[in-house]
Design a protein around this ligand. Structure first.
Ligand code: ADP
Ligand code: MG
Length: 360
């Protein structure tokens, strides 16, 4: 009899010990809450993920949910108290320092032997990196598709388009024609198609790497020259700071030009009237990279647009193609460069590019 009790106690203890081990060493953050949402227990993974120590957490109701998700969380809490559980629910949680991360959480009620809910458990993990990867994959698949489409479509459409615009232009010469209004419209629209095709063609040019030495300062001077008229028309001041006269990068000259054309065009379009566009060059301390910033005092990019600027066909402009930034991104990737965007609504946008410098 005594033997039996002992054995059972041993059994219980080891079960407790295993549970403890599981709790302490689990990779997922685990927390147990009482009915007033105060913390009863947290494991080390929780402390690490959320930034609250066990001492800070226990006995307190912690702000673990970012304000925008509070409403949803309240509903879930209420359902939890009715006995419902949630598994692998994707949401966003908040760390002690206020940063938000993508989380996958499982919520379950904890019942006493009478079936009454006395607490709840939350198991969560940070899935930001998965989300990021998912986005990257979707993005790169889209890019590949666009590249392939571009190659085919642009070439096929260019030829018939040339014929159409040629004849429309001819018809347009007669301003007294009864169809003048229509042909005029056809012409502007064909010009728009041409613009899209021109952007596509940058991508569809044979991608055999024909990289030649490029002097960045010269390219910038050439490209900015193209926009003199727009600068004047909109009273935009162009400031060139520190153009290293002799910085050479290896690249495809046309594509690099296109990058700066697209960036400056966007900067001009962001400024409604009077403003500054600043172009600045600087080198990394080891002189292995060159940085170029293009800063405008335009309308800025709101966060929901910023997330999508590299998507093909994403535009906020009535006459935009939504291809400019996508092309920039692709060309920069092909050149082992990087691009970063900082923007504040109504203040302006700063775009930071880097390219590896050709070492002599
Ligand atoms: P498009 O210029 O044809 O709209 P882009 O790919 O060049 O396409 O840009 C996508 C979107 O990114 C624009 O519609 C605009 O909303 C935003 N954007 C890009 N650059 C800037 C900038 N410098 N200032 C404000 N918004 C910008
Ligand atoms: Mg653009």
């Amino acid at each position: 009899m005594e033997q039996k009790t002992l054995a059972r106690e041993y059994d219980l203890n080891s079960k407790q010990a295993y549970l403890n081990l599981f709790f302490e060493h689990a990779e997922d953050a685990i927390a147990v809450f009482d009915m007033e949402d105060r913390v009863i227990a947290v494991n080390p993974a929780f402390e690490k993920l959320y930034g609250w120590t066990k001492e800070e957490a226990i006995g307190n109701a912690l702000p673990l949910i970012p304000p925008i998700h509070l409403k949803g969380a309240k509903t879930r809490c209420a359902r939890l108290r009715e006995g419902k559980s949630y598994t692998f629910f994707e949401t966003q949680d908040m760390r002690k320092d206020g940063t938000v991360f993508d989380a996958q959480i499982s919520l379950s009620p904890i019942l006493n032997p009478h079936g009454e809910i006395i607490a709840s458990s939350v198991i969560s993990r940070d899935i930001s990196y998965i989300k990021e990867n998912e986005n990257l994959i979707v993005q790169s698949e889209k890019m590949k598709l666009v590249g392939e489409l571009a190659a085919g479509v642009a070439h096929e459409i260019r030829n018939p388009m040339t014929v159409i615009s040629g004849f429309v232009q001819m018809m347009n010469e007669d301003a007294s024609s009864p169809y003048y209004e229509y042909t005029k419209l056809i012409q502007t629209e064909t010009e728009r198609i041409d613009l899209i095709l021109a952007e596509f063609l940058v991508l569809s040019r044979p991608q055999v790497k024909q990289f030649t030495p490029i002097n960045l300062a010269e390219i910038l001077a050439e490209v900015t020259q193209l926009f003199q008229f727009e600068f004047q028309q909109k009273s935009i001041t162009l400031k060139m700071i520190n153009p290293y006269k002799n910085t050479i990068i290896m690249g495809n000259e046309n594509q690099i030009k296109q990058v700066f054309i697209n960036l400056i065009k966007n900067a001009i379009e962001a400024i409604s009237e009077k403003g500054t566009i600043k172009l600045e060059m600087c080198k990394s301390s080891d002189e292995k990279s060159i940085y170029i910033t293009i800063k405008d005092t335009g309308c800025g990019i709101p966060p929901h647009v910023l997330e999508r600027v590299f998507e093909p066909f994403y535009t906020t402009k009535s006459k935009g193609t939504g291809l400019g930034m996508m092309i920039i991104n692709k060309v920069i990737q092909d050149h082992q460069g990087t691009i970063k965007i900082k923007s504040k609504q109504n203040m302006g946008t700063e775009i930071l590019l880097s390219f590896p410098v050709e070492q002599h």
